[in-house]
Write a protein that binds this ligand. Structure first.
Ligand code: CP3
Length: 372
């Protein structure tokens, strides 16, 4: 345990001006608790809406590395966040599989083609990442350059990401968002053979996609399992967790001699915490239903934890935001291995000034906890 911090400091990139986030993911001591926010670049920021208008659409933004770089950096210019996250979307992968992604204004994502029949499943294949998702890996290298000054010093680390095989399957089978996931869950129970075939293709695609992001310069990667929590106990393990574990086992965990930590986040996955922690990930993301202190007692010796304030707290006045932020930090306590985040993505109705209050309180109060 003792020499882990000594050897570990050489695990993180030397050129980083702020490596707090990477150190926390590796459960090394930090001067304060690092913070970033899921969906930190997005519609709550007027400057994002302005760039999106110039790009013409969300996909026009995401598929252009110049625009993607610009909006990735926007939240970092406003707030002293401890990590950047690639601006993209999880649905780029099924789009690269040929399903035809569109974003209908006010309705969310829609695919032109769904994957429902035996023939659909037969046709499904792992896309050639270099041919179809080059705009993502180009954005990753461009963002890394934009985060780095003339002396070669990088402001904060860059996170890459992907959807989980199951969460991608939800959109591929339903053809878009769904309230009850009726089509995809019916398929899982009625034709598990077809479902497992989709999940196998997705797992191989996610491995290739995340490894391409790591090679392009992503310094940590996160797997978003937004819909794992829609599954029953037992089904979750078979249809989501087993494939997350497969992805984790296929990832490059080191690049240029530097560790690349892996985070996984199952929304609604609190009851499966121990099993999620056993997949081989470095960190587990938690939604706001989980007691952070108890989660740390259960799995804190094995993984770092990321989360987990309710994003709705950001609608309250500054004093209430600060009180709630302190409660999350106090619940985790004075231990290494915590990355502060929201329990899910930031709402488009969040006042940006409130984010500044949250970031400030997390930095201030976590320093105070360490001084106790
Ligand atoms: O965190 C970040 O700042 C990086 C960007 C990011 C986006 N999507 C940008 C985005 C990330 C990490 C995602 C992941 C994502 N996308 C998930 C998993 C995480 C989660 O929130 O559960 C899912 C399920 C999606 C699929 C998706 N993309 C939906 C359902 C929607 C429409 C709903 C909505 O919130 O608008 C999107 C669109 C999307 N992805 C937007 C952004 C900023 C809004 C699009 C716009 O500008 O109109």
């Amino acid at each position: 345990m003792n020499d882990s911090s000594a050897s570990a400091s050489s695990d993180v990139a030397h050129t980083l001006l702020n490596d707090t986030f990477l150190r926390a993911l590796l459960r090394q001591p930090t001067d304060y608790t690092p913070i970033w926010l899921m969906r930190q670049a997005g519609r709550y920021l007027p400057e994002y809406n302005a760039t999106r208008a110039r790009a013409g659409s969300f996909l026009g933004l995401a598929k252009n590395p110049d625009y993607a770089t610009e909006v990735t950096l926007q939240p970092l210019e406003r707030f002293p966040l401890d990590a950047a996250i690639l601006f993209s979307d999880i649905l780029t992968v099924p789009d690269a599989m040929g399903l035809g992604l569109n974003f209908v204004q006010g309705e969310g994502p829609r695919f032109e083609r769904t994957v429902r029949t035996e023939d659909d499943v037969k046709r499904l294949a792992v896309p050639d990442i270099d041919a179809t998702l080059r705009y993502v890996t180009d954005a990753v290298s461009q963002i890394r350059r934009a985060l780095t000054d003339a002396q070669g010093r990088q402001k904060v680390p860059l996170i890459g990401f992907s959807g989980s095989p199951w969460t991608l399957a939800c959109y591929m089978v339903e053809g878009g968002g769904s309230d009850d996931h009726r089509t995809v869950k019916s398929m899982a129970y009625a034709r598990p053979d077809l479902m497992h075939r989709i999940l196998e293709v997705n797992a191989q695609a996610v491995i290739a996609y995340l490894n391409a992001q790591i090679e392009a310069g992503a310094q940590a990667v996160m797997i978003f399992d937004t819909w794992g929590g829609a599954l029953a106990d037992g089904a979750y393990q078979r249809f989501s967790l087993d494939y997350i574990a497969k992805v984790v086992a296929g990832l490059k965990r080191e690049h240029d001699g530097v560790r690349v930590p892996v985070i996984t986040f199952t929304k609604g996955g609190g009851l499966w915490l121990e099993e999620i922690a056993a997949t081989g990930v470095d960190a587990v993301g938690l939604d706001w239903t989980v007691n952070l202190g108890r989660a740390r007692e259960k799995v804190g010796a094995r993984v770092a934890l990321q989360g987990n304030i309710d994003p709705s707290v950001l609608f309250a006045p500054p004093a209430a935001i600060r009180t709630e932020a302190r409660a999350v930090l106090d619940s985790f306590g004075n231990h290494p291995g915590h990355v502060f985040n929201l329990g899910h993505g930031i709402s488009q109705f969040t006042p940006p000034e409130h984010v500044a209050e949250l970031v400030d309180e997390v930095h201030r109060h976590s320093r105070a906890i360490r001084a106790r």
